[in-house]
Design a protein around this ligand. Structure first.
Ligand code: DGT
Ligand code: CA
Ligand code: CA
Ligand code: ZN
Length: 582
């Protein structure tokens, strides 16, 4: 097990012990052990090897042994027994946001609640809000948490399915009887989350293809096994459909099952106007002119038949993509020249300045922007004014040193405080190359208050970019309520960039807003929010959002060269500063 997984197990042990009403000291030992391990700079293997682990503050001999076991074996009997000793219904209840061990214990003791269903009925009957320490708001939150839970369980992050999709495609393409194989559905449209996978294969002999598909070693259940369609389920609940069609039908099937439904509806209407009916099987001429129809062997040809340019799958959402004369030249990952929102060991990142810079240079980038947390994010070891100044110095020293692999910009991810003020003094903010302003607290505040709070931060002359504007965590937590149209308006007015936070769980600002926002003049920055070098790969997910949002290279700040970006940041700073003084 790696460090993150071990930390999660220790945290989970603390919660389970609390649920069982164990001794508070014992509980705290696991909680603080988890924190100590998480914040130690070294890798677990090194800590064990050097004997440093047991000497780390917050980790004693006994805990060190358990960490070693988890690292080596990937499991821990003590943890397994503990989990087995708690009613499974309570474990499920614990997964609902806002319900910690304390509250679950009260629900169990006072109302005998031991399952999600029981909890749902109790909330609906108003019994939960009658409990001390709960209230109406909590009750409503629990109910929506239960609803979300069901919806979330049915979907998966696209990011986490990529390896599986590519290996299935590779497997299909290796089969001798297979002509073409493609993935369709929401995965091909680069959606942020995916319900099930859809594969389309061209072959005149479907049996061996289906046979291979249902016999993949990772399949846990075969829900359909036919000659035109098969469906399987993998561990973790992911389902995949495979359709095998004759080569002559492949382009139509691929187009149909790529969707979206709304896009398909628009395409069929367009076909009808041209006297054709379009389906997953092909075109049919309405008045028997079928002989005049050319053979269609590609999606390009299919679109061309309806006088359309090739519409990239990611734009097929039924949002006016048939109405444009020319397709936009969508931004691609090769266009990126650097990235801005990233963390180092100074706050909660795992790499030093030099390590992060080396990893960014290895991506072929010209610059790296560092934006560690500010002091209000104390749980992430945020920087106060003095530490910001130290870091600025360290960045400048790195740039001047022989080891410099690219240019590093000194920035900050500055917390937006409850009243919309920034978390750091103006003079320090002014010394930085740029400022990402983000909300990390107060998720339950009302929409008008949150909107005003964010707009106030946008109006601050030091703010260069707005970080993750809704705070959502896909399939985990809804974002805070906020009027994004008003936020976008304010950002345009104040020349503030809004980020596309490329962490695959965030993808925030959502693609649905970008086309219109960019047309109105909003500039994007694709920000990996990297906490270690490997996270720079998240930019691929950010590019998905940008493309689905119709963005071209010009609409994305970090496609610009080091020189252009430097000038842009400096000129913008001057303009904003003058505005303030005027
Ligand atoms: P997902 O799986 O929920 O993430 O989303 P999709 O888009 O992959 O949906 P899915 O797997 O149900 O179907 C794949 C595509 O097949 C869908 O985007 C459009 C097409 N399709 C499926 N059912 C229908 C339908 O009832 N009507 C139309 N027009 N198209 C359909
Ligand atoms: Ca699907
Ligand atoms: Ca499907
Ligand atoms: Zn953040």
């Amino acid at each position: 097990m790696d460090k993150e997984d071990i930390v999660e197990v220790l945290e989970s042990i603390a919660v389970l012990l609390e649920l069982k009403g164990e001794n508070p000291f014992k509980i705290r030992a696991y909680a603080s052990g988890a924190r100590a391990l998480e914040t130690s700079g070294a890798a677990v293997a090194d800590l064990i090897e050097s004997g440093e682990l047991a000497k780390t503050k917050g980790i004693g001999e006994a805990l060190a042994k358990k960490i070693e076991t988890l690292h080596r074996e990937g499991s821990l009997p003590f943890y397994d027994d503990l989990k087995a000793s708690v009613e499974p219904g309570l474990l499920e209840i614990l997964e609902i946001p806002g319900l910690g061990a304390k509250k679950v214990k009260v629900l169990h003791r006072e109302l005998g609640i031991d399952s999600i269903d029981a909890l749902k009925s109790a909330c609906e009957a108003g019994k939960v809000s009658a409990l001390k320490g709960f209230g109406k708001k909590t009750e409503e939150k629990i109910l929506s948490g239960i609803e979300n839970r069901a919806a979330y369980a049915a979907r998966h992050l696209l990011w986490e399915l990529q390896d599986r999709v590519h290996s299935i495609l590779a497997g299909l393409r290796k089969l001798e009887v297979v002509g073409q194989a493609e993935v369709a559905g929401s995965f091909r449209r680069l959606a942020e989350t995916v319900g099930d996978l859809d594969f389309i294969v061209a072959s005149e002999t479907p049996e061996p293809v289906m046979e291979w598909f249902v016999q993949q070693p990772e399949v846990v259940e075969v829900t359909a096994h036919g000659t035109t369609k098969s469906s399987v389920r993998f561990a973790g609940g992911l389902q995949a459909d495979l359709r095998v069609v004759p080569a002559a039908q492949f382009a139509f099937a691929l187009h149909h099952f790529t969707g979206s439904k709304d896009h398909n509806v628009a395409m069929r209407q367009r076909a009808l106007k041209a006297g054709l009916s379009l389906s997953e099987w092909g075109f049919e001429a309405k008045d028997d002119e079928a002989a005049d129809l050319p053979e269609i062997r590609s999606e390009e040809a299919l679109f061309a038949q309806l006088d359309l340019p090739f519409i990239p799958p990611e734009l097929r959402e039924g949002r006016g993509e048939l109405e444009v004369e020319r397709m936009p030249e969508l931004v691609s990952v090769q266009d990126l020249r650097g990235v801005f929102h990233n963390h180092t060991t100074a706050s909660d990142g795992r790499g030093t300045i030099a390590q992060m810079a080396a990893a960014a240079a290895a991506k072929g980038w010209e610059y790296l922007g560092l934006a560690d947390h500010s002091k209000a994010s104390y749980q992430a070891n945020g920087l106060d004014e003095a530490r910001v100044r130290e870091q600025i110095k360290a960045v400048r020293a790195y740039n001047a040193s022989e080891e410099a692999k690219l240019h590093v910009f000194a920035g900050i991810e500055c917390d937006i405080l409850a009243d919309g003020q920034l978390d750091l003094a103006d003079d320090v903010l002014a010394e930085l190359d740029y400022v990402v302003a983000s909300v990390h607290s107060g998720f339950t505040k009302d929409r008008a208050e949150t909107t005003a709070r964010i707009i106030r931060a946008i109006e601050h002359p030091a703010t260069t970019m707005l970080g993750h504007p809704t705070g959502r965590l896909l399939l985990k937590r809804e974002g805070y309520a906020v009027d994004l149209e008003a936020v976008i308006e304010a950002a345009i007015k104040n020349e503030v960039i809004i980020e596309i936070n490329a962490n695959p769980r965030r993808l925030d600002l959502d693609w649905r807003f970008w086309r219109r926002a960019a047309e109105r003049g909003l500039l994007a920055s694709i920000n990996p929010d990297a906490h270690r070098g490997a996270h720079f790969d998240f930019v691929d997910a950010g590019i998905h959002v940008a493309r689905k949002g119709w963005l071209t290279k010009d609409a994305v700040l970090n496609t610009r060269s080091l020189e252009e970006v430097t000038t842009w940041l400096a000129e913008r700073k001057d303009r904003r500063q003058n505005l303030k003084e005027a």
